[in-house]
Design a protein around this ligand. Structure first.
Ligand SMILES: [Zn+2]
Length: 283
């Protein structure tokens, strides 16, 4: 039997103490390149490039368009297309449900935004891919929207820029996704005949069917620093050829050195670089 009982009462909280609660959630970001903890505002003013190690973090399609067009002003096009889930595909969950969730989270209908506006005063079309929409994968909607942008560009003699960020073709639409590669490439051949410039910007990551079609078909193929660019992933290649691959062999720097890219451009200089390149082409 206890000799005495200690009364437990919660410590009194004065309103002043409540004010002392410090909220740090969402204020800082851990850089994936150097692991440094960086104030988010510093990243925001630096276009999501790490001020310490120059790591280029992924950015959404809307931010991309805002960064590239004059005064961040553009008009969205072809945004009414939606996938009909033609194969009624189910993996861990039905594809239709996955699409609905991605639409809800990103507020776009699929993994690309077509925008028209001006760059350096010149009317320009930009298709920017949205990586957070099912890994920026290319199904029939992405293929069709890119094709529509290419065709508009051909018709109106407006230069085209495609900013890729993609895990490749979308398996949920099977062969219909693969057919987009041929369709977009054919449209780009017509754009080439019309002598309208097309610049491809490859960002981290650009892989699979997107690399194997339009991302590598630009009059200029340029990439952001440190971007993963390839067709199959390193593990698949190593298992197939039974050889250890050199370090960083699928990064922009390696690809530039081996002639697969024309330039690597820092995101903060990308807009000026593209304006200069377009005025060179459109002379
Ligand atoms: Zn960093």
């Amino acid at each position: 039997m206890a000799w005495f009982k200690k009364q437990k009462s919660p410590l009194p909280v004065s309103p002043k103490d409540e004010d002392k609660t410090i909220r740090t959630e969402g204020l800082f970001h851990k850089c994936e390149g150097c692991r440094a903890i960086i104030w988010k505002k510093d990243l925001d003013v630096n276009e999501q490039v790490c001020p310490k190690c120059n790591y280029h973090a992924k950015i959404g399609a809307r931010d991309r368009l805002r960064m590239l067009f004059d005064d961040g002003v553009y008009e969205m096009q072809d945004q009414n297309l939606v996938s009909t889930d033609p194969l009624r595909f189910i993996d861990r969950q039905p594809y239709s449900r996955k699409l609905a969730a991605a639409r809800q989270a990103t507020q776009v209908n699929d993994a690309v935004i077509n925008g028209s506006g001006k760059m350096g005063g010149r009317p320009t079309l930009i298709s920017a891919m949205e990586y957070s929409f099912i890994g920026g994968s290319m199904g029939s909607v992405v293929g069709e929207m890119i094709t529509l942008a290419v065709e508009r560009s051909t018709r109106e003699k407006m230069p085209l820029i495609i900013v890729s960020a993609s895990g490749g073709a979308r398996m949920h639409e099977g062969t219909l996704s693969l057919m987009q590669m041929g369709k977009v490439s054919a449209a780009l051949a017509q754009l080439d005949e019309a002598r309208v410039p097309f610049i491809s910007v490859l960002t981290d990551p650009t892989t699979g069917g997107v690399t194997a079609s339009y991302a590598m078909l630009g009059d200029l193929n340029i990439a952001e620093p440190g971007a993963l660019i390839g067709f199959a992933g390193p593990r698949v290649i190593e298992q197939t050829i039974r050889q250890k691959l050199p370090r960083g062999f699928q990064r922009s720097e390696f690809l530039l050195e081996h002639g697969m890219l024309d330039a690597i451009v820092d995101r903060r200089e990308l807009r000026d670089y593209l304006i200069r390149a377009l005025s060179f082409f459109m002379k």
